[in-house]
Design a protein around this ligand. Structure first.
Ligand SMILES: [Zn+2]
Length: 161
């Protein structure tokens, strides 16, 4: 199984023919027909370029056939060194455990007034003042405590702590 060089017509060695060459190794024929292997960088993934040695037409044909499409989708034909933003990590789905509703350790009954308010109200009450008088006195002496008549009533109607 031999064939002849398409350039000079000389017989091409069989092993060369088997490799698919159609021209001989003569310098003139090499210069005329040889297409040097073209190194084409194909962006494969972020880790780097894969260098494929192939004829340009071959690369183009294979690219058109979609051979590289699955690997370089989104990277385009020009490799960029910009690091890809890692996808946000999804919280791993765990079996939902009934979470105990965190409740502050407070007694069921919570006074709606401050100790300072209660001290003043009880002090005035011990002096014999009515809630109305307590509120008036507190407004005068300790306006920041915001003691009202209603509050004085509520404090005085609650058990002394
Ligand atoms: Zn030849």
């Amino acid at each position: 199984m031999t064939s002849n060089c398409i350039g000079c017509g000389r017989e091409i060695p069989a092993e060369r023919t088997e490799l698919g060459y159609t021209y001989c190794t003569a310098p003139a024929c090499q210069a005329q027909y040889r297409q040097g292997p073209t190194v084409t960088a194909v962006a494969v993934n972020k880790s780097g370029d894969a260098y494929r040695v192939a004829e340009p037409e071959d690369i183009a044909a294979r690219a058109a056939a979609g051979e590289f499409a699955t690997k370089n989708t989104g990277l385009g034909t020009v490799h960029q060194d910009t690091p890809r933003v890692p996808a946000p990590r999804r919280p791993t789905t765990r079996p939902t455990r009934p979470t105990r509703t965190a409740r502050p350790a407070t007694p069921a009954w919570t006074p709606a007034w401050t100790p300072a308010q209660e001290n003043i109200v009880r002090l005035y009450a011990d002096m014999g003042l009515s809630p109305r008088q307590i509120a008036a006195r507190a407004r005068e002496n300790t306006p920041r405590l915001g003691i009202t008549e209603a509050l004085a009533v509520r404090i005085l109607s609650s058990p002394r702590r």
